[in-house]
Design a protein around this ligand. Sequence first.
Ligand code: SF4
Ligand code: SF4
Length: 337
Amino acid sequence: MKVLNKSKLIEALNVLSSQQEVFVPIQRESQSGYFSWADYQPERDELMLEALNVYQSPKNVVLPQTERMYGIISQGMEVDIDQTFEDAHPTLIFGARGCDVKGILAMDEVFLTRGFVDSFYQARRANNTIVANACYAPGPNCFCTAMEVDPVEPVGADVIIHDCGDYYAWEARTGKGEAVTAQLDGLLEDKEVKLPSAQPFQLQVDYQGVAEKLKDMFDHSLWDQMAEPCINCGMCTYVCPSCYCFDIQVKMFGEKGYRFRAWDSCMFEEYTREAGGGNPRGASKERFRQRFLHKLEFFQERYGTPLCTGCGRCIIVCPTDVNIARIIKAVKEAEVE
Ligand code: SF4
Ligand code: SF4
């Protein structure tokens, strides 16, 4: 098998970075997320490949938090688009866990299938390669296997690396993966190493039948009780690797300007507020219910898979202890009214 000696990791990231923009998990002062290796400063940044999950997932690589879309010229009632800003520069996500790879696959469904193609997403994703970091020791809030993720052999990865102590076992899975592997010619070596043993999950979640059951629970009293602590801060949606809602805004400077999109959240009251002032999800409970029905029922119905990848981030960041694993359990145990 091919392996990368960890003593050559920095050199490997430098080589990869000379061929495409490489995003790696980094702790940067009070933030942690996937940052460009080109901006890495050892005195400020800590490479977090050994951590299970940094706070921000790599979704920003394919769906940036803010993204300029197209330039506009407005003259009276006439509006022209003078340029678009589709970004097709090659990128590589290095070290994503299986849950985060599944988050990107979920976004692929939304932005690239069923007759809807988002050209901005398509341009980024077509030129994006994923090197996934196999997980053998799930954390206390991880439940990815319950949400159709294989943490050791994640579907959607172009390369899978396995942490074997002094080495990463290196396994190319796709043509893109082979191309990245070729970039490291001279750094990878052939050697047999023992793969780690997978540890059991600490958190047990049973999602079987939940999507079907939720069809009859839209008006269930459980939502009042479960939504009560939520303060609609939106933290859960921002850290989630599979939440993709966005808002489009315009910025004008006289007659010229541009449109851009930015991440939004179904937890915010403004998200569904209509121009006339009405709001189909004006109450906090309605927004809370929407988030969990979208994750656990609607996406499953439309795409055949849940929109939660079991990464556990929303459990960790929620300031009021809302816990999706407990919600799944409560739904499983609820009497349908
Ligand atoms: S992080 Fe918690 S409190 Fe904030 S919106 Fe999400 S569920 Fe509600
Ligand atoms: S809903 Fe929570 S556990 Fe599921 S993928 Fe999003 S952040 Fe992770």
